[in-house]
Design a protein around this ligand. Structure first.
Ligand SMILES: [Zn+2]
Length: 201
């Protein structure tokens, strides 16, 4: 099954797979892509590469022999830039986690990367809320990554204060347009997404 999935993705996304090292074990359980069909495939693949620690964070590029001048985070300069820092330790990631916690009215949030990757499974939601919350978590990965890259590469400094709104709009839009069985009310989604999801049961 994993081999078939790999073969399919190899055909469709050769560039993404080109970033994998040649010594990857195809039969490894870690390589199985768990797809949330309410998200674009590129977002699923992004989270999958994060699980494998295959994203081009500075420390990973440095490990491949690419001269980075500095491996420190270019957003906060608070630590070495690895996936753990980008998605857990960096101030932007911390603020977005807090935003999600308040938005979904959760009592706490994961403190480490493995927990963050499993966040939707850890909160004990019903199947629709779990699906929607997973969309939010994976959207947050992408928005966080895109913001960090914009800080580094864009000529104008990106706005940090609208990232939370970006996540709310993008996650709702993806659910709405990719899943004809789940259609959370927009206003409820903004104020209390768990209620918006529970109303669909
Ligand atoms: Zn940082």
């Amino acid at each position: 099954m994993a081999k078939l999935a790999m073969m399919f993705l190899h055909l469709v996304y050769p560039v993404a797979f080109g970033l994998l090292s040649s010594d990857c074990k195809i039969h490894s359980r870690k390589l199985i892509l768990i797809q949330n069909k309410s998200l674009p495939i590129k977002v699923n693949i992004f989270a999958w590469r994060l699980r494998l620690d295959r994203l081009p964070a500075r420390i990973n590029l440095d490990g491949k022999g690419i001269d980075m001048n500095s491996c420190r985070c270019h957003v906060c300069d608070g630590d070495i830039e690895d996936s753990k820092h980008r998605f857990i330790g960096c101030l932007v990631a911390c603020n977005l986690r807090m935003m999600i916690m308040k938005w979904w009215r959760l009592p706490n949030h994961p403190k480490d990367l493995p927990g963050l990757l499993l966040w939707s499974d850890l909160v004990g939601f019903n199947i629709i809320s779990n699906l929607c919350f997973d969309v939010v978590v994976q959207t947050t990965f992408c928005v966080t990554w895109r913001y960090s890259n914009s800080v580094r590469f864009d000529s104008t400094h990106p706005r940090k204060d609208i990232l939370g709104v970006d996540i709310k709009i993008l996650s709702h839009s993806w659910i709405l347009h990719r899943n004809n069985k789940v259609n959370p009310n927009w206003l409820d989604w903004l104020s209390y997404p768990l209620m918006a999801c529970n109303n669909l049961l």
